[in-house]
Design a protein around this ligand. Structure first.
Ligand SMILES: *Cc1c(COP(=O)(O)O)cnc(C)c1O
Length: 358
């Protein structure tokens, strides 16, 4: 069976985790934490290692001080964490449509902005990029731009227009810290101190560690959001190979794009090889294609059910405007992409997709 996803390991993870234990400290600024920062600092303005991307989104929501009744605009076609983080703080979620690439539709955002809008949260679907410049232009005074960059590690960088980027290191993403993990990038430096406190349970512990204060106390709302030392060690092993991992995935996605160019597929050129999808005519056809692939030893998977149709989505949000492409969710099928997959596998999968349509 060709698996939809497989965890890729570099064979150095165990060695580094063992070494982390022998070094004796597994929390805070551990050896591997500092080594990771050397790599991340080349790409991101100020990054924090946290326990999930979900946590990174929650920290951003706390940092911009979301209050009950504030509105947060995001696509309905996304993972629950994008909405949950803001709904937890009492925000009303304003769901809008996506474009043909399944990323937030700029015109829909424009029409959804009100005087209650506090943040816009685009999702860089498939490790491709939303039009951040256009979104930034819509952010009047008091509207923050927070990127759900869960899927787009190393496809955003210091040049971003956002206030925060939230990246996932979950084992289904390109690079993992061993199951769960995330990176919060703070691009707006006015939030630097507050974010450091939120991550340290709402205390000024990091100022204490820098010897700026004599003792640390409770300063703001926060929680325990740091990544532990074992996962830092696992992540460091992966980050040493990040270029190889991503370029391997990019090649596979490009091969799919070439082989299946006659179909309605993921067409974006700039991406990090996170995923590849084909859009069938309708849900029924998708389910048949999925079964056909399965019968040929290929695992394929659908993706998000639009959040505005979910039980919690109905309570915490409203869909504003027309639904033209969000409903494509029901006819979208993702094909296998992972760093253990070979080009031969992709040729084989594409052959079977074409055979289905013949
Ligand atoms: C994976 C994912 C998340 C959640 O990431 P975790 O690290 O599992 O919390 C959030 N948003 C999107 C778009 C994702 O793909």
């Amino acid at each position: 069976m060709i698996k939809f996803n497989e965890i890729y390991t570099t064979n150095q993870e165990i060695e580094m985790m063992t070494d982390a234990i022998s070094k004796g400290t597994l929390t805070g600024d551990t050896y591997y934490h500092l080594k990771i920062k050397e790599i991340l600092d080349k790409h991101y303005k100020k990054s924090h290692l946290v326990h999930t991307c979900t946590a990174a989104l929650e920290i951003a929501a706390l940092a911009i001080d979301i209050q009950v009744g504030d509105e947060v605009i995001m696509p309905s076609y996304t993972y629950v964490s994008t909405a949950n983080a803001f709904a937890l703080r009492g925000a009303k979620i304003v769901f809008v449509d996506v474009d043909e690439h399944m990323m937030i539709d700029i015109n829909c955002v424009k029409n959804a902005i009100s005087d209650k809008t506090k943040a816009i949260v685009p999702v860089h679907y498939a490790g491709s990029l939303c039009d951040m410049k256009a979104l930034k232009a819509l952010c009047k005074e008091g509207i923050y731009l927070i990127e759900d960059a869960a899927q787009s590690i190393f496809n955003t960088g210091v040049e971003t227009y956002s206030d925060f980027s939230c990246i996932s290191l979950h084992s289904t993403k390109n690079i993992t810290s061993g199951g769960e993990g995330g990176i919060l990038v703070v691009n707006n430096s006015t939030f630097d101190d507050k974010v450091a406190m939120i991550i340290e349970k709402g205390t000024n512990r990091s100022a204490f560690q820098n010897k700026e204060v004599e003792k640390y106390t409770w300063k703001t709302l926060g929680s325990s959001y740091s990544m532990d030392g074992i996962r830092c060690a696992f992540l460091y092993a992966q980050l040493l190979k990040w270029e190889q991992i991503i370029s391997k995935r990019q090649k596979l996605v490009c091969l799919y794009q070439k082989q299946l160019s006659a179909f309605e597929i993921f067409k974006q050129e700039k991406h990090n090889g996170h995923l590849f999808y084909i859009k069938t005519k309708h849900k029924k056809e998708r389910d048949l294609l999925k079964q056909h692939l399965y019968d040929n030893g290929i695992e394929s998977v659908s993706h998000y059910e639009p959040l505005h149709l979910s039980d919690a989505g109905k309570v915490h949000g409203d869909f504003i405007g027309e639904n033209i492409h969000t409903k494509d969710a029901f006819r979208l099928l993702r094909l296998p992409v992972h760093a253990n997959l070979t080009e031969e596998d992709v040729y084989y999968i594409c052959e079977k997709v074409k055979a289905f349509y013949e």
